[in-house]
Ligand binder design. Structure first.
Ligand code: HEM
Ligand SMILES: CC(C)=CCC/C(C)=C/CC/C(C)=C/COP(=O)(O)OP(=O)(O)O
Length: 298
């Protein structure tokens, strides 16, 4: 009895560890942006296509995150924020973690190839390799522009959603990619400012380590201004209407306010609050662009 209780407890713990490898909250937001991409096209997707594409992209994004856990285990153990991670701690060994990652990624690729389309499958694989290999293995350790360049992989999901439904590229989908691309630097650098000493200890050349906190705060502020301009484009090209314009502008004003506060009136928690706001910002922005699209068609 005691042994079976112990076994079931260790399985529960292990299950949680494997789930954590997929960075579920990040993948959840990635999937939201992908699903919005699916519904912004002129074609109403079938429920089956939405399900298959979401599952395929989600499995591959989760697989990419698990590969990142394995490749970064020596960095993760040095940083307070990531110290507790399953592979860094040895609760999940590298081999099984990689097997898990390849199983998820392989299943995701197969689903996209079989039930969605080849364009989406290969673009998703390119995003996976962009994050798990190009960013994690090379850029992250090589240059303070790591997350700017690597951010392209994380910015792809709305395009993946779009191609999943239409099978082709469209300028509107590329605008959505540009929004996430411009959002990533303030999203990440706000956190990196808060965790600067962690990154310095792990010898990762993040911007606040290589160029200092003040310069990084200026970059956060400038990128929020750039993001504001990029967010206007869907309205400028007639893709979105007034609801989007007003809502996006309010969200961006709030983001600029956080970035301004971070630069000119910082308190100990301002960088972390700015980072947290970035996540709500992107989530509401995509909800808004979808709501605006539906109202337009209503
Ligand atoms: C290269 C691009 C990116 C970098 C370097 C980056 C970096 C980070 C880091 C370091 C964290 C903290 C994770 C933790 O505390 O465990 C984080 C959290 C988060 N990121 Fe990003 N991110 C990127 C792109 C994205 C994208 C594209 C999305 C979604 C569309 C996203 C959504 C999130 C969310 C939802 C969280 C909160 C996770 C949680 O609370 O557990 N990130 N990001
Ligand atoms: C297939 C597909 C759409 C792939 C998407 C790729 C993906 C999961 C992007 C998320 C980006 C992310 C969480 C970066 C964290 O940086 P980090 O790894 O340096 O952060 P850490 O220190 O928290 O590990």
């Amino acid at each position: 009895m005691a042994r079976s209780a112990l076994l079931s407890r260790s399985w529960t713990l292990n299950w949680r560890d494997y789930f954590a490898l997929t960075k579920p909250k990040v993948v959840a937001l990635i999937l939201l942006t992908a699903v919005v991409g699916m519904f912004l096209t002129d074609t109403l997707p079938t429920p089956w296509r939405v399900l298959a594409a979401t599952l395929g992209i989600g499995l591959m994004a989760g697989g990419a995150a698990a590969i990142n856990h394995v490749l970064d285990r020596r960095i993760d153990i040095k940083m307070a924020r990531t110290y507790h991670r399953p592979v860094a701690q040895g609760r999940v060994q590298g081999g099984p973690a990689l097997a898990f990652a390849f199983t998820l990624s392989g299943a995701g690729l197969a689903i996209l190839l079989l039930w969605v389309n080849a364009l989406t499958a290969w673009l998703t694989l390119a995003s996976l390799l962009g994050y798990a290999v190009v960013y994690t293995v090379w850029l992250k350790r090589a240059t303070p522009q790591n997350i700017v360049i690597g951010g392209l992989a994380g910015a792809m999901p709305p395009l993946l959603g779009w191609t999943a439904v239409t099978g082709e590229f469209h300028g509107h989908a590329l605008l959505l990619v540009m929004i996430i691309f411009a959002w990533t630097p303030p999203h990440f650098w706000a956190l990196a400012i808060h965790r600067r000493d962690d990154y310095a200890k792990a010898e990762i050349p993040m911007l606040p380590v290589t160029h200092g906190i003040e310069f990084s705060k200026t970059c956060v502020l400038l990128y929020t201004l750039l993001l504001t301009l990029v967010c206007l484009l869907p309205w400028v090209v007639g893709m979105s209407g007034i609801l989007y314009l007003v809502g996006a502008s309010l969200l961006n004003l709030r983001f600029i306010q956080w970035a301004w506060r971070l630069k000119f009136r910082p308190e100990p928690q301002t960088a972390l609050q700015c980072f947290r706001f970035s996540i709500s910002h992107l989530m509401w922005l995509f909800v808004l662009i979808l709501a605006d699209h539906w109202i337009d068609y209503g």
